[in-house]
Write a protein that binds this ligand. Sequence first.
Ligand code: GLY
Length: 286
Amino acid sequence: VIATWENEAAVAAARQRLLDGGTALDAVEAAARVPEADPENFTVGYGGLPDRDGEVTLDACIMNEKGDAGSVTFLKNIKHPVSVARKIMEETPHVMLSGAGALQFALANGFEKTDLLTPEANARWEEWLVEKEYKPAVNIERHDTIGVLAIDDKGRISGACTTSGMAFKMHGRVGDSPIIGAGLYVDGEIGGACATGLGELVMTTLGSFLIVELMRRGLSPQEACEEGIRRIVERYKDKYDYDEFQVGYIAINKEGEHGAYSVVEGFNYTLYQKEKTSVVEAGNMI
Ligand code: GLY
């Protein structure tokens, strides 16, 4: 199991699910649900920072080794968007539901309506309202979108990705996290990849798909993550100041090898492999 950032509790939940006989898909869903329920995590689920209008809107997706995928975007008032995404994958003919339709689907399927804006997140929003200046910042509190990948004892690979998106984003903004191929991609014959950081740059380079395709062509997960970051840096070097944003990737392949890399210093990930959990600093390009 590998997850973006320091997420030992999420990785422990995935490990437990695997030990209980769950699939890789069960494991990644269990992992994503941990930060989604954590009010102290300001970038995911319940307690996530709101958009500039004070509304918490969530994006998430999930994908298995067969290429089945489910996704929700712009979902309000539901604590576990990853589980809604899984339901969409398993019980509808669609991949993605958005906004009011996603909420309607969630409520019809037994998910409870919850106020996701905690007093702490509301206080930060009110603080932001004083200046109303939107400036993305790198590695805010060393966490951001939670992406998780797992491979189980039958060699099945799955992934999940969940986020409240950029803090104080424009109302209606959707990032990379629910976009299959951008925030997450899995090919059961090759491996999987996940992204965290400034979604606009991941969406426009289709980063996770790119990394899996590079692995298909023979690159290791580490080499593929480095190439994914290099593409972003090359393409956007004149448009963005690299002091002001971060993108990080994690990847695994079918052989159980892993890789991680980011644009600037400060990205880390949590790995559970061979009965050991560790938090590891990823390398960076700039
Ligand atoms: N990577 C999360 C976002 O940009 O929304």
